[in-house]
Design a protein around this ligand. Structure first.
Ligand SMILES: [Zn+2]
Length: 281
């Protein structure tokens, strides 16, 4: 079994799983490109294909060596073993090396030895943008913004640390429209009902916008939650004002040294918060 799931095969694979794995097959995906394998016992890393040495794929970087050796696939542990902390490799070639090939072979051995240096007890995945190798959604968004691929400043607000991480993650999905509403399910061919109209009010299509901003019944449910909206009777304007006030308190709580008052945050929350981010930068 590999550390990274293999691309799904066959029609029976669910669309959810297919969509989760989709980025793994995208060569320009910045998240996937930053994944590295750190060698441990070599039981879950593909020797030729996985990015466990300084080159992304030994197969592509050393086509001549790949052509010479008999074993064309398998995990790292099938190509060598660790003896007293050092990996010893065992390759069978089907013809003797020409003298000019020796230098290529030596370079190949150097690279796999370096990849195997300091190997631990288990194979692990590392994210190269973090010194500890652990992926961070916040860091990833910062990198994406720096690349210019996410220019919209809304993302800085989403990942500002105002709300708990799971709320930030949820908000991120809401803004991207990645909530399984009936309309989204229909787009993916996974709708189990005959209509995409809102299951609560039936007045409109069940989109993210409808569920979170426009559905009157949805808002009644929210407003009954006294913690959030203090039993407000549904009124778009009132609820919006209430949300702004809450945002003002959050902003003042986070940037308590700011000269802006809660009222100023409330009057112009986006611009003032962006101003704060600029100060932090
Ligand atoms: Zn509705």
């Amino acid at each position: 079994m590999s550390l990274l799931p293999q691309p799904p095969e066959g029609r029976k694979t669910s669309w959810i799983w297919k969509n989760i794995l989709k980025p793994l097959a995208e060569p320009s995906n910045n998240f996937v490109n930053a994944i590295r394998f750190k060698l441990g016992d070599g039981r879950r890393i593909n020797f030729w294909e996985d990015f466990w040495t300084e080159v992304p794929s030994l197969k592509l970087s050393f086509p001549r060596v790949f052509g010479l050796v008999l074993k064309k696939s398998g995990k790292v542990c099938e190509f060598g073993s660790k003896v007293e902390g050092k990996w010893i490799w065992l390759f069978k070639v089907h013809i003797a090396l020409f003298s000019w090939e020796q230098a290529v072979w030596d370079e190949f051995i150097r690279i796999i030895n370096e990849g195997a240096a300091d190997s631990g007890t288990m194979d692990v995945l590392k994210w190269e943008h973090a010194s500890n190798g652990v992926y961070s959604a916040k860091k990833f968004c910062e990198l994406e913004s720096a690349l210019g691929s996410t220019e919209d400043k809304i993302w800085k607000l989403v990942w500002s640390g105002l709300a708990p991480p799971k709320v930030e993650g949820f908000l991120w999905k809401v803004i991207l429209g990645r909530i399984p509403t009936l309309v989204e399910l229909d787009k993916r061919g996974a709708l189990h009902s005959s209509s995409t109209r809102c299951a609560l009010c039936s007045k409109d299509e069940e989109t993210v916008n409808h569920i979170f901003c426009l559905c009157e019944i949805g808002w009644k449910v929210w407003s009954k939650n006294g913690v959030v909206f203090n039993n407000l009777v549904y009124n778009e304007q009132k609820i919006f004002e209430e949300m702004l006030l809450m945002l003002g308190f959050w902003c003042k709580g986070k940037w308590h040294t700011s000269t802006c008052s809660i009222n100023e945050f409330v009057r112009n929350p986006v611009l003032i918060a962006l101003e704060e981010f600029r100060c932090i930068d």
